[in-house]
Design a protein around this ligand. Structure first.
Ligand code: KG4
Ligand code: ZN
Length: 341
């Protein structure tokens, strides 16, 4: 029987210290995530220096736990896959240095992974029969993009945010409303009790003939609305604000992803990144996709937000193509999806 290819994945691009062991790019043997949220919460956002220092403390125990849970040793690993970028440089360097050390000590190949590609490929863990071509909406704390995946390793970024990322907008609005950090899940919950039509927030760039997004104006519109209502001595309705803000974000995303799917003439849509965990986005996009006869794929919330199983999965596809990395590879905080790491 063919031996399964076992990959250790390491992810430290932002504020999750994560390690996972994945066999053949689809069987998750372990997926350990140490969230740093409690240290960043009081700043309502990720503090890069705290993130790097916490990665240094947490990375070894997290890797040990991932190996233990997978019931493997470093000797059983065929390759080490690690996030090379994009992300916070000091945070990326921790994972990359540890991965190099393991690769050197175990004489196994080092595989450098693009974090955005890994978010898309997380769906291949959940749906092992999924195949490109497809169009993906990648919405996270750091990124908002529509990506055409023609084949494995062949990407075209159709459009991106010109300012704030979707998750960043959720986090900033939640901070302004004093709802806590991270803001996405809180707004998602509160929006369920609100009316999405209560306030008509702007749908920036919805009619533009491109796939770009702009979210900073929407965030300012929320701030202005709240200040005006308070100045009039009235009570603000938090669930209505959350539902209306969320609807404005989602309307533009759905409009543009459907246009991309038609233009590229593909029948599969993939939702990826932390914001892909949003219930309303999933439901509404599912309805629209069904109406258009397209298939929608999204994974469980644990695989949407940052994790190392998606890094090991992306590493597997590169390993199969012999795309390994030299030990002098550097962290690339602005790595683009079309660069070949
Ligand atoms: O993918 P991720 O874990 O990290 C980055 O690569 O950025 O995404 C984190 C982002 C945060 O901004 C968080 O507020 C947002 O994803 N998020 C959500 C939800 N869950 C997480 N946004 C909207 N609705 C959610 N349910
Ligand atoms: Zn991410």
């Amino acid at each position: 029987m063919r031996k399964l290819i076992t990959i250790l994945g390491i992810e430290t691009s932002c504020d999750e210290t994560a390690a996972a062991v994945v066999a053949d790019g689809k069987r998750i043997l372990s997926n350990i995530i140490a969230s740093q949220v409690k240290w960043h919460r009081k700043f309502s956002g990720v503090v890069p220096e705290i993130a790097s220092r916490k990665h240094v403390e947490l990375i070894s125990p997290v890797i040990e736990e991932a190996l233990l849970e997978a019931n493997v040793t470093l000797g059983d690993i065929d390759a080490v896959a690690v996030t090379q970028g994009p992300g916070l440089v000091g945070a990326l360097l921790v994972g990359l240095s540890v991965a190099k050390g393991i690769s050197y000590a175990t004489k196994t190949p080092l595989i450098c992974v693009n974090h955005i590609e890994a978010h898309i490929l997380a769906n291949f863990l959940e749906y092992p029969n999924l195949k490109p071509p497809l169009v993906a909406l990648v919405v996270s704390g750091g990124h908002t993009a529509i990506v055409y995946m023609k084949d494995f390793g062949e990407y075209e970024v159709l459009g991106e945010t010109l300012d704030d990322a979707a998750g960043e907008a959720f986090d900033k609005v939640a901070k302004f409303l004093d709802l806590g950090y991270p803001g996405g899940p809180v707004i998602d919950e509160l929006a369920v009790k609100g009316n999405p039509q209560a306030i008509n927030f702007p749908r920036a760039m919805i009619r533009r003939d491109n796939y770009d997004f702009s979210l900073s104006g929407l965030k300012t519109a929320v701030f202005n609305y709240v200040s005006r209502v308070k100045a009039e001595g009235k009570q603000i309705n938090i669930p209505d604000i959350c539902a209306s803000f969320q609807a404005a974000v989602i309307d533009v995303q759905i409009y543009k992803i459907l246009r991309a799917v038609r233009e590229k003439d593909v029948d599969k849509i993939v939702l990826a990144g932390g914001v892909a965990a949003n219930k309303s986005l999933r439901e509404r996009l599912q309805n629209e996709a069904t109406k258009e006869g397209k298939e929608l794929f999204y994974s469980s919330p644990l695989l949407c937000t940052d994790n190392a199983a998606m890094i090991a999965c992306a590493g597997y596809f590169k390993f199969k193509e012999g795309k390994t990395c030299a030990l002098d590879a550097n962290a690339e905080p602005n790595l683009s999806l079309v660069d070949e790491p």
